[in-house]
Design a protein around this ligand. Structure first.
Ligand code: ZN
Length: 59
């Protein structure tokens, strides 16, 4: 089972979410990323999660 690359939450079939290059992002984090602005307290948290995807993609 895939887990959210940002928060580690397990994929739930009834909740869907987002897959980027085979990496799962849960709906909560997906919404969080979409709503982010640079001065948001959660910005770095999500940015770090997304960075993991970019790192894997570029590897
Ligand atoms: Zn998540």
């Amino acid at each position: 089972m895939p887990v959210c690359i940002i928060c580690g939450q397990m994929f739930k079939e009834n909740k869907q979410g987002l897959f980027i290059n085979g990496h799962y992002i849960c709906p909560e984090c997906e919404n969080g990323v979409v709503a982010l602005s640079a001065d948001d307290p959660g910005y770095n948290f999500y940015k770090m999660g997304l960075k993991k995807i970019w790192c894997f993609s570029n590897a």
